[in-house]
Design a protein around this ligand. Structure first.
Ligand SMILES: Cc1cc2nc3c(=O)[nH]c(=O)nc-3n(C[C@H](O)[C@H](O)[C@H](O)COP(=O)(O)OP(=O)(O)OC[C@H]3O[C@@H](n4cnc5c(N)ncnc54)[C@H](O)[C@@H]3O)c2cc1C
Length: 599
């Protein structure tokens, strides 16, 4: 079972050398003073907590799973104690504004903590992760009274939160949910309905659970325009903020599922439960997007975590495991066989995991800087520009990093050979735990439609151009450096091609809108590979500069350049197949009648 080791040096590389977080924070008055010492202190302390408290209960939590007994859910051994420590260390309040009882640290710094929590123990991390989204929803859309009643306990971690959207017949299509909200004379609402697949919906970690629930008011318009958002606590909250009587919210059962066994996935039944409208009537989905966007970046982190975790395990195993000899002659003649890391096919898997983990980290942290600007920048234009970038990059990060995380996890099993299939080695758990990331928070197909349809085509390419211009400028600025040529040439070509394929799809979509559905997933992959290529090229630029100077870390920077070379030569050519598939369009998908699929 691999023990998690936080990749502190790589996190520091991304935060300090690639993205200059200190300067980024200095430019935002709300975060000024978040200096390198503070950043490193937070990262190192969180690394210690994740390595020593969360990683040791990751495998046992998977094996034991959650227990359900007549509506009561008990989490696996050690989860409650780790949660208590997490609260005592102040993590839940870290990136909440001071006026809401938080420490006011940047969300992007919280993101670094989330990465380590997620890699050490994703199932456990979902409990505080969902609360974080609930905090943001109440913070942004709650009335002053709601903030007063719910925020302080959520922020301290004494209570946790959930996100109750899905119903048995409605997941991707929330426009057809049926849960009802009837107004009461006292201004509250009676919520009736059943939600399924509610993560952290019931557990023994906290004194109260605040459900954030989508439901319909009487006479509400059909579809997504008739959905409102409600706070429904497990225990009613007294006027003084203390926990009161039990509300009519019960956990009907927990799911037996492929992975994330340590996290309770619950059926939550509301029977005239007392709820409170949050945000305007029928605007629930808009408000919920605050929660969902946070959760989507969080899910992108899950993909990065899977790549990192699978890579750590695979690398240790590949250095140790002996099998056959290198084709060019023994590399460890003193041993009875060579370690498998000598074999090109094994290196291919390891380097793929490494390129996705380090590239994914760069993407998530890059994205989190835009999220900071949206959150606290004083200038409205700056906030709008950052919001546009965040809108474009979120579906790419969510879907691409979760799919590549799944691929890395699959390679993890393969590197371990038959042992990869055996539970005690830990690799099969990563495959099972991370597979859900491609499904929840909008499946890959839904993210792809969001990217191509809503973000790119419906803005006539404006959002995309904002980003391709940044890539173009980067290529121009580095054009004079011959050592960068091998990266800049393919990057510049693909950057241009991004615009060209968008135009081609757009033209076809004018004839038949289904062309968008046919192209979207390949388009998303293409976008993901180009986005990571841009970030890898930037990492090379930083590394070459360091290598040209007087550094004691030559091997580290040289490894960055070599990983980038691998990425550009072995992974980036996958874009060609995506372009070819996009260009064959809709027709091969739709000519078959439904009756012809099977005889
Ligand atoms: C472990 C787990 C935890 C979860 N946690 C939560 C939670 O905390 N809160 C919550 O509310 N929900 C949660 N969910 C629900 C999750 O978000 C949904 O399962 C997910 O959004 C997909 O919805 P669905 O299952 O109804 O699939 P469907 O919407 O039925 O989709 C089925 C398939 O059709 C595809 N599809 C559907 N429409 C289109 C389209 N227009 N174009 C192309 N393809 C399409 C989908 O991509 C998918 O492949 C969780 C689910 C699981 C399994």
């Amino acid at each position: 079972m691999p023990q998690y080791k936080a990749p502190i040096r790589d996190i520091q590389f991304v935060m300090h050398e690639l993205l200059n977080f200190e300067a980024h924070y200095d430019a935002l008055p709300a975060y000024a003073g978040t200096n390198r010492e503070l950043i490193d202190g937070v990262v190192e302390a969180a690394a210690d907590f994740c390595e020593n408290e969360l990683s040791p209960i990751n495998h046992s939590g998977d094996q034991e799973g959650c227990h359900f007994d007549n509506g009561v859910v008990t989490t696996p051994k050690g989860f409650k104690e780790a949660y208590k420590k997490y609260i005592d260390l102040g993590y839940p309040s870290m990136s909440v504004p001071v006026e809401h009882g938080g420490q006011g640290l940047p969300g992007s710094l919280g993101n670094a903590v989330s990465e380590m929590v997620g890699t050490a123990n994703w199932s456990w991390g979902m409990y505080p992760g969902l609360s974080h989204g609930a905090v943001r929803t109440v913070e942004h859309h709650g009335s002053p009274e709601q903030k007063e009643l719910y925020l302080s306990k959520l922020v301290s971690g004494e209570w946790t939160g959930t996100m109750c959207l899905t119903e048995s017949h409605a997941g991707s299509d929330l426009g057809i949910i049926r849960t009802k909200a009837e107004p009461n004379a006292d201004g509250s609402y009676s919520i009736t309905g059943q939600k399924i697949f509610i993560s952290a919906g019931e557990h023994d970690l906290a004194d109260n659970i605040v459900h954030i629930v989508l439901a319909r008011l009487p006479g509400a318009p059909k579809g997504t325009k008739g959905i409102s958002l409600f706070i429904v606590p497990k225990f009613n909250v007294n006027a003084d903020g203390s926990v009161g009587t039990r509300n009519n919210v019960v956990c009907g059962s927990i799911e037996h599922k492929m992975g994330i066994h340590g996290n309770a996935t619950c059926v939550i039944v509301f029977e005239e439960a007392k709820g409170f409208l949050i945000g305007p009537e029928n605007k629930g989905l808009n408000c919920m997007f605050t929660f969902m966007n946070t959760a989507r970046i969080g899910t992108a982190v899950q993909g990065l975590s899977a790549s990192e975790g699978a890579f750590q395990g695979s690398l240790a195993y590949a250095k140790d495991r002996l099998a056959m000899r290198s084709l060019s002659g023994p590399k460890a003649p003193e041993k009875e066989a060579d370690p498998i890391i000598v074999h090109p096919a094994v290196r291919n898997m390891l380097l793929t995991q490494k390129a996705f983990a380090e590239g994914g980290r760069a993407l998530v942290y890059f994205l989190s800087q835009f999220a900071d600007v949206v959150e606290v920048a004083e200038d409205a234009e700056q906030r709008k520009a950052a919001d546009d970038m965040l809108s474009l990059l979120t579906p790419i990060a969510k879907a691409f990093l979760t799919e590549t995380g799944s691929e890395s996890a699959k390679h993890g099993v393969q590197v371990y050979g038959g042992h990869g299939f055996i539970a005690e080695w830990g690799m099969e758990q990563i495959v099972r735990d991370t597979r859900i990331a491609c499904l929840y928070e909008g499946t890959t197909e839904i993210q792809a439609l969001d990217l191509l349809g809503r973000k790119v085509l419906s803005t006539q390419g404006a959002m995309l151009r904002n980003f391709t211009k940044i890539i173009h400028k980067f290529c121009e600025a580095n054009a004079g450096n011959p050592a960068m040529a091998e990266f800049l040439q393919p990057l510049a070509e693909l950057n241009k091609e991004w615009g060209d394929i968008t135009t081609r799809i757009g033209m076809k979509a004018m004839q038949n809108p289904e062309e968008v559905g046919a192209a979207a997933v390949d388009y998303l992959y293409f976008s993901g590979y180009v986005t990571l290529a841009y970030l890898w090229a930037r990492m090379v630029s930083v590394s070459l500069e360091k290598l040209a100077g007087d550094t004691t870390e030559r091997a580290f920077y040289d490894a960055k350049v070599k990983t980038a070379q691998f990425y550009f030569k072995k992974l980036l050519p996958r874009t060609r197949s995506h372009v070819a598939t996009i260009d064959t369009g809709l027709e091969p998908l739709m000519t078959m009648d439904v009756d012809q699929f099977a005889f």
